[in-house]
Design a protein around this ligand. Structure first.
Ligand code: CNA
Length: 239
């Protein structure tokens, strides 16, 4: 029943803001953080190691931990799955889709989605804090600690680290304002300020759907809640 309602809600609108989290990429082989099989449970100190504070304290050790936690060396081996492709398909069928993602793997863009707001940045590049020059993933993998080839500074990842400001919040809110429906996929909604966005959508009276394997602390905000595997649900939505 919930599935049918969700399918109709999506079919009936021409614009959707899609808020995604790590659960969208698990079918690509990238573990999430907080579910029972996630990367986070093993070591709570991970939050500290991928913080702005630790980057400044010990940039060399930071880069080792960062590459390890986000499995940066494996990134080139991961590809979009049918959840990413489903969102691109909606776009191809004429809907205005804005993906607002917490994911840092770049897979929505790789799947061809045209409007992607990378709320927590990307693993695919890093920037020199001194001269602002940008470097791509292959360069970051050449050395253990990537250094700016122009001025010798240790590069800073383009991922938003704990303690970094969020620069995309306003554009995310704007995308929600301009969309008729909000679809939230594969996120625990535990990370702030991203988790303010569903509340914001609710305050604007936007209809909303949540699809996540496990219950979240915000389930009651949504008109439709489906607790199931995303790949399975998406296949059913496409029927
Ligand atoms: P999270 O807190 O790990 O939550 C993920 C949620 O997804 C959980 O509630 C799971 O139940 C759910 N989930 C996992 N697999 C599936 C599935 N197949 N079908 C349905 N639901 C599923 O991750 P969030 O995204 O909520 O937290 C935000 C963090 C995670 C961001 O800062 C990201 O940078 C970070 N992260 C990103 C990636 C990535 O880019 N792929 C991977 C791991 C962590």
């Amino acid at each position: 029943m919930q599935l049918k309602t969700a399918a109709k809600m999506i079919a009936d609108v021409s614009s959707v803001a899609v808020l995604t989290g790590a659960g969208v990429s698990t079918a690509s082989g990238i573990p999430d953080f907080r579910s029972t099989t996630g990367l986070w449970t093993a070591d709570e100190a991970r939050e500290y190691y991928i913080s702005n504070y630790y980057f400044h304290k010990d940039p060399v050790d930071f880069w080792g931990k960062y590459k390890d936690i986000f499995r940066v060396k494996l990134l080139k081996d991961y590809g979009p799955n049918h959840v990413h492709r489903y969102l691109k398909d909606l776009e191809m069928h004429g809907k205005q889709i804005t993906v607002i993602t917490q994911n840092v793997d770049g897979l929505h863009t790789l799947a061809g989605s045209e409007h992607v707001i990378e709320y927590h940045g990307t693993l695919n590049s890093a920037t020199c804090p001194n001269c602002g020059r940008s470097f791509d993933l292959p360069y970051l993998l050449e050395t253990e600690t990537p250094i700016c080839e122009k001025c010798g500074h240790v590069l800073k990842p383009d991922v938003v680290l704990f303690g970094d400001p969020i620069t995309e919040h306003d554009s995310a809110e704007k995308a929600i304002q301009q969309s008729e429906l909000v679809l939230v996929l594969g996120t625990s909604l535990l990370v702030s300020p991203f988790n303010i966005l569903p509340e914001y959508a609710n305050s604007l009276g936007k209809p909303s759907i949540l699809i996540n394997r496990e219950p979240t602390v915000m389930d009651e905000l949504f008109d439709v809640v489906i607790h199931d595997d995303l790949s399975k649900v998406v296949q059913q939505l496409q029927k």
